[in-house]
Design a protein around this ligand. Structure first.
Ligand code: AMP
Length: 418
């Protein structure tokens, strides 16, 4: 047996229904909010992520699946969708075709992380991005969409946390203040933090090392260093959310792990998930489109982890399946007629099943039970001779004859009545 690669997982029947529920809900909600789907390749040039995700991020430094292809090109299995979305937006001039582009995408991502519950090496994300709109109402709409997704899935124990990390004008002052506050404590922090202090001091807030936490807790907060424009923007976003009664909490630690974030950052945490508790995360990245060679257009979005949404779903969610009709045949001659009836039912839009290898009627009815079929249509020699079909209500257990030509309509009626 050749086992699956560590950190990847199969989504088996029984589980896949929960995935379908999450994907269906995401599609429906995105459409309702005016977002259109885009699909980009899973492999891209490595430099798209080193530039777009950021050289100093853990993703680029440690986690990318990159290799040289047979043509000598460095390619990467995408670790996140945002740089690909930006590339497609720029490459196809979508700013003209879709001014104020509101896009979404669903698909697999790849990161070489240490696998644990809720953390995989191949995982799946719903990615939502808006380009070219800077109003705080856009931040609020994106957060509202994320919040509605979690609520629509019946995930009750969730918390929205927000922060603002400022912009190119005010962030340098905050970074200075951060380093000044660290002062003599810097050498006491972990090796990663020492590196972060040099490359991107905000990242110190991402540190999970327990011994570092008392020092980090004393550091200044980005919201106290916002320039006037950033402060006004953030207070307008908060006012929208308050006006819609969406509860949120300010988290000074939410600086996000990626280089291109500006202003609003947010996460929704699932309170039943354990250590890997972020259901989704996102924010504004006003500098990224230009940094990747495009026009100077703003960007904002979020990525939701489908594995974690599926994990957080209430028990039994997604179990609903279309009510089924089971066709049973007694004898070879009846089988041909039963197969014809099976096709008719399916062409009429009903979910219909039949044992495709000849079995006893008892075994067939057992199977109908296991499939939770609501209606069985039975065809045997007697039925053939009479030109009818026996319709059995599987719940009530009673049965009656219906004319062969009216069998599909009778099954449909019985399902509707049930
Ligand atoms: P990020 O792209 O890192 O901002 O992550 C956005 C969301 O994707 C997180 O909130 C998680 O739900 C999910 N996610 C990120 N990394 C992983 C992973 N390795 N395994 C499973 N889900 C992940």
């Amino acid at each position: 047996m050749i086992p699956a690669i560590r950190g990847t997982h199969d989504i088996l029947p029984g589980q896949v229904e929960r995935w379908q529920l999450v994907e269906r809900t995401a599609h429906e909600l995105c459409e309702r909010y005016g977002y259109v789907e885009i699909r980009t390749p899973i492999i891209e040039r490595e430099e798209l992520f080193s530039k777009g995700t950021g050289e100093t991020t853990d993703i680029v430094q440690k986690e990318m699946y990159s290799f040289t292809d047979k043509g000598g090109e460095r390619v990467t299995l995408r670790p996140e969708a945002t740089p690909s979305m930006v590339r497609a937006y720029v490459e196809h001039g979508l700013e003209h075709a879709l001014p104020g582009a509101k896009l979404f995408s669903i698909g697999p991502m790849f990161r070489y992380e240490r696998p644990q519950k809720g953390r995989y090496r191949q995982f799946h994300q719903l990615d939502v991005e808006v380009f070219g709109l800077h109003d705080p109402a856009v931040d609020a709409e994106v957060i509202d969409l994320a919040w509605s997704l979690v609520a629509s899935l019946g995930i009750a124990q969730a918390e929205l946390v927000m922060n603002s990390v400022g912009c190119a004008a005010c962030r340098p002052k905050f970074q200075e203040a951060l380093l000044a506050a660290l002062g003599d404590d810097l050498p006491k922090l972990c090796g990663d933090c020492q590196r972060r202090a040099k490359t991107n001091p905000l990242r110190i807030y991402d540190c999970k090392v327990p011994a570092d936490q008392p020092i980090i807790d004393r550091l200044p907060h980005s919201v106290d260093y916002l320039c006037e424009a950033c402060a006004t923007h953030f207070s307008a976003v908060r006012a929208h959310l308050d006006g819609w009664s969406i509860p949120w909490r300010l988290s000074h630690r939410l600086v996000r792990g990626l280089d291109y974030y500006t202003r609003t950052t947010f996460e929704i945490l699932g309170q039943t998930l354990g250590a890997q508790n972020a259901l989704l995360g996102g924010g504004r990245y006003d500098g990224l489109v230009k940094a990747l060679g495009g026009p100077d257009r703003t960007g904002i979005g979020f990525a939701a982890g489908l594995e974690r949404l599926v994990l957080a779903l209430p028990e039994g969610a997604g179990a609903l399946v279309a009510p089924k009709v089971f066709v049973a045949a007694i004898g070879d001659e009846a089988r041909a007629e039963a197969l014809r009836l099976l096709r008719e039912l399916r062409r009429a839009g009903l979910s219909a099943h039949m044992e495709l290898e000849a079995r006893s009627i008892k075994a067939q009815m057992k199977r109908a039970d296991r499939l939770s079929a609501r209606v069985a249509l039975i065809v045997g020699a007697d039925e053939l001779a009479r030109g009818d079909v026996t319709l059995r209500d599987m719940r009530a257990g009673d049965q009656r004859s219906v004319p062969r030509e009216g069998a599909v309509a009778a099954a449909r009626e019985a399902l509707a009545a049930g």
